[in-house]
Design a protein around this ligand. Structure first.
Ligand SMILES: Cc1cc2nc3c(=O)[nH]c(=O)nc-3n(C[C@H](O)[C@H](O)[C@H](O)COP(=O)(O)O)c2cc1C
Length: 347
């Protein structure tokens, strides 16, 4: 990768403490899924349209009934305040200024009320605890602070094992920089561990308890996507958690088309994992995603503060608009059917 986006991780590593950079980059176990994610998007080839007026190109999308100027959003990530003191606030402000959407981790280091005060459009990401009622105060706080949806992460019945190259980040980071939206005594309470028995009925409970639409994050299979939609999910988010959960899980570039074919007509479909450039975003849209999400790139950009995140969105937008023009697409809807099949492994 070249240009400003291409140097993002390298520049961030020069300013971040090594354990923080390592935590952002790492995958689970042998990191095979993490390592394959970026390349999988690049196996696809476009069949561009020509002789089409691409003077005015609109990269915007409608997500859960509201327009986003960007066809991507910021995926939920912890430790933003360890990456930069302004953490979630800088992320929210810069993304809001670009007309985009942030998904805030339930482990965020900034109170939801402060995130809401930025005026940014935001969704809450949640894990459900074994005792579901323990999630209720956090859901209420998020809704009161203006969260417009709740994204339930379903790929984490247990946190996968990761091997840190050096010192563990948790030994170095101030505990006050994470998980500030739980009650003070949350951690030690019986039933506070992540639920290992999540089922489709939890979507109903969550929608009613939060009073918000539910997005299910961490789906790779079309049959599971169908179960989510039947259980009332407003959107299905194809993700393998950036390769940080089940190592050797399929790449999202490979999993997305079948999920989009199964439920794309009935619910919105999002995707994350390894998206780094405007061409990657175009590929995701062409494969049936209604929006793409990025996890690590906004964190690397946040190492440069709010201006870093603003630049990330600006660079991606420029690349995406150029790609849309070159592909003969005026809108995101025009990108369907843009890919040559089959993809070219290792191309
Ligand atoms: C440092 C880090 C922290 C993360 N924290 C969360 C989290 O709290 N909740 C969640 O659902 N996903 C979390 N994720 C996963 C991201 O939301 C997303 O699925 C993934 O990073 C996308 O892949 P990418 O990093 O290649 O863009 C985290 C990812 C990273 C890299």
């Amino acid at each position: 990768m070249t240009g400003w986006l291409g140097g993002l991780e390298e520049r961030a590593r020069t300013v971040l403490p090594a354990p923080v950079a390592e935590y952002v980059a790492q995958g689970a176990r042998e990191s095979l899924t993490t390592a394959a994610a970026v390349g999988a998007w690049r196996e696809h080839r476009f069949l561009p349209h020509v002789l089409r007026d691409v003077t005015d190109v609109d990269p915007g999308v409608e997500l859960l009934g509201r327009r986003s100027e960007l066809p991507w959003g910021v995926a939920p990530t912890t430790l933003q305040r360890a990456v930069h003191p302004e953490g979630e606030l800088a992320m929210a402000r810069a993304t809001h200024a670009a007309g985009g959407l942030v998904v805030v981790s339930s482990n965020a280091g900034t109170p939801f009320a402060e995130i809401g005060e930025t005026g940014a459009r935001w969704w809450l990401q949640a894990y459900l605890p074994a005792d579901r009622t323990l999630a209720e105060p956090m859901l209420a706080r998020a809704r009161d602070a203006g969260a417009e949806a709740v994204v339930l992460t379903v790929d984490t019945p247990v946190v996968a094992t990761k091997y840190a190259a050096g010192e563990s980040v948790w030994a170095t980071v101030d505990p006050g920089l994470v998980r500030v939206n739980f009650g003070p005594d949350h951690e030690g309470r019986p039933g506070a561990d992540k639920a290992t028995d999540l089922g489709p009925h939890d979507l109903d409970w969550l929608r009613e308890t939060a009073g918000l639409p539910v997005v299910v994050k961490g789906v790779l299979r079309p049959d599971d996507a169908r179960r989510c939609v039947e259980a009332g999910a407003a959107a299905v988010w194809v993700s393998n958690h950036g390769g940080r959960q089940l190592d050797r899980a399929a790449t999202t570039a490979h999993a997305l088309p079948a999920v989009a074919a199964e439920v794309g007509a009935d619910a919105e479909v999002y995707v994350d994992g390894g998206l780094r450039t405007g061409l990657d975003v175009l590929t995701a849209l062409a494969l049936g995603a209604d929006a793409a999400f990025l996890g690590r790139p906004p964190l690397w950009a946040l190492a440069e503060g709010e201006t870093g995140v603003a630049r990330l969105h600006a660079e991606l937008l420029e690349e995406t608009v150029e790609a849309l023009r070159l592909a003969g697409c005026r809108t995101v809807a025009d990108t369907r059917g843009l890919l040559a099949t089959p993809p070219v492994p290792g191309a």
